[in-house]
Design a protein around this ligand. Structure first.
Ligand SMILES: *[C@@H]1O[C@H](CO)[C@@H](O)[C@H](O)[C@H]1NC(C)=O
Ligand SMILES: *[C@@H]1O[C@H](CO)[C@@H](O)[C@H](O)[C@H]1NC(C)=O
Ligand SMILES: *[C@@H]1O[C@H](CO)[C@@H](O)[C@H](O)[C@H]1NC(C)=O
Ligand SMILES: *[C@@H]1O[C@H](CO)[C@@H](O)[C@H](O)[C@H]1NC(C)=O
Length: 475
């Protein structure tokens, strides 16, 4: 990040701390005593890591005509209370709506109850002050003007312009540790997460698909995954199988032994999960594109993001792809629905009438996107194209390529940060996978879940939850 950017960021942060103080909801920060559990955790680290498998229950559906997102349920605090958060591989922290929040959603049509996290309602909640290591590491140094009673602020702006800010707290996360085939026991770990009190954009409204927060599964040290790994609880390997046919799916932390997946390298030192897309094939035809269109240099590349509903391609790619996708159906007329989707009437089976699109990545990994994935049914006999023209640009002004649920659904996607690779394979997300428990060497079956969720047949807002400020991690 350039120094000017840093100054602006710090200025913003200080302004936010100002708000916090002026708002009158600063708690006296108790100097953190080393709790018994912290000592225990430290001892466990010294004895060696106890890497276990974690099973996250999923709900939701990535289709734009359904919820347009996937979420999971987590326990926070003690005694633990349930929070429903969007699962987002495009950002790096867990945050939940907090008690002081005035514009947080109170109701959701997803068939779940929303609650606000109350630090005073949990016996184990502690504020993270700006002079603590976590804060220091997050901001890459001290925040100017930091005093020990000032909370460590967080602030995130997502790709759709919505934003959340607040301050960090530390408390217990309760999750499901796998201890048998399709069997789990609750386990907990102390983690740092954001207590959100100012939400804007879509995050601030009681929209139909409102949730308690977002869990970022990014690779930064601040993510829950990295924190659990740092305390020796898990390996930095996770996978998801997002089921847009039945809803929900599989989400597990741990090394997958079945099915096997082929992989492609993750571009190092990026703020997101970036991979190198080489070319796109439609019906055995390779699109003729400028060689640097998906260039993976600094700030470029193709982002894999479960928090984004659709798939976004650079303008030049989109303009070539759409005619090729429609080539077998010259008689079809495209028209705009809801000012954003190209739709058409089609009565047949789309898998027979339209071509398969194959994305080819570095190391010969390909991603096959079937017509029933990239076309979605708007209503009876009316289909819309899920591919979109890129809306976001990278730092150097290039159109971003962003692959969301549209292309990731119905596949097992494995993120292996230990080896810095990502891979996938077509998979039935209503079935199960086999994951190895590193502590015992035993292989367990982890199955699909489907947290109940209501659905309607309107096109919802299209979500693009990826961290907007790519400059923070990526210097
Ligand atoms: C964490 O787990 C331990 C062992 O299962 C349990 O005794 C303790 O009450 C839990 N703590 C919280 C805060 O849930
Ligand atoms: C993340 O944590 C690891 C292990 O504690 C450390 O080596 C690394 O420097 C940290 N990275 C950043 C960017 O702070
Ligand atoms: C997917 O797996 C589920 C559960 O095992 C099974 O009921 C269903 O038939 C499978 N679907 C396909 C298309 O194989
Ligand atoms: C998952 O939940 C949705 C909404 O409650 C429901 O429509 C769907 O049939 C469920 N899928 C399975 C496999 O139970």
């Amino acid at each position: 990040m350039d120094p000017r950017g840093l100054v602006i960021l710090v200025a913003i942060l200080l302004a936010e701390i100002g708000c916090l103080v002026n708002g009158g909801f600063v708690f006296p920060v108790e100097r953190r005593k080393r709790s018994l559990s912290a000592i225990k955790a430290h001892d466990a680290r010294r004895r060696g890591r106890i890497l276990s498998v974690v099973d996250l229950n999923l709900g939701g559906n990535g289709l734009p005509t359904e919820t347009g997102l996937y979420f999971t349920k987590l326990g926070l605090g003690s005694p633990p209370k349930d929070y429903y958060v969007q699962v987002d591989t495009g950002s790096d922290i867990l945050w939940v709506n907090c008690v002081e929040c005035s514009r947080c959603p109170k109701k959701s049509d997803l068939g779940i109850d929303l609650i606000l996290y109350d630090p005073r309602g949990s016996d184990t909640s502690e504020l993270v002050s700006c002079d603590q290591d976590f804060c220091f590491a997050t901001y890459d140094g001290p925040i100017p003007g930091c005093k020990s009673e000032i909370p460590c602020p967080y602030s995130i702006t997502y790709g759709d312009g919505s934003a959340t800010s607040g301050y960090y707290v530390q408390d217990y996360l309760t999750y499901n540790r796998v201890n048998g085939n399709l069997r789990t026991v609750p386990q907990n770990s102390s983690i740092v997460f954001g207590c959100g009190n100012v939400q804007s954009g879509t995050l601030g409204s009681s929209s139909e698909e409102a949730l308690d927060g977002i869990i970022g599964f990014g690779q930064a040290n601040s993510s829950v995954l990295s924190q659990l790994a740092a305390s020796g609880k898990v390996k930095r390997v996770f996978s998801h199988c997002l089921d847009n046919i039945r809803g929900g799916g599989i989400f597990a932390i741990g090394e997958v032994v079945e099915p096997k997946v082929s992989t492609t390298p993750l571009v190092p030192k990026m703020a997101h999960y970036n991979v190198v897309l080489k070319n796109i094939e439609v019906d055995t035809d390779i699109l003729q594109l400028p060689s640097d269109i998906f260039d993976s240099g600094n700030g470029k590349g193709t982002v894999i993001d479960s928090g984004t509903t659709l798939a976004y391609l650079p303008g030049i790619v989109y303009e070539q792809l759409i005619p090729k996708v429609m080539a077998r159906q010259p008689g079809l007329k495209l028209y705009l629905v809801e000012q954003q989707f190209s739709c058409f009437q089609y009565a047949g089976n789309v898998d027979h009438g339209f071509p398969v699109v194959k994305l080819h990545f570095e190391d010969s990994l390909s991603l096959t996107v079937y017509p029933h994935d990239y076309l979605f049914k708007f209503k009876y006999g009316i289909w819309c194209i899920g591919w979109q023209k890129s809306v976001a640009q990278t730092k150097n002004g290039k159109d971003m390529t962003l692959l969301g649920d549209l292309v990731l659904s119905n596949k097992l996607v494995v993120y292996d940060l230990e080896n810095m690779v990502i891979g996938w394979t077509d998979y039935n997300c209503s079935s199960s996978i086999k994951v190895k428990d590193e502590a015992t060497g035993i292989v367990h079956t982890v199955g699909a879940h489907n947290i109940s969720s209501a659905s309607t047949l309107f096109i919802r807002r299209i979500l693009t939850f990826f961290l907007l400020l790519t400059a923070i991690v990526n210097n």
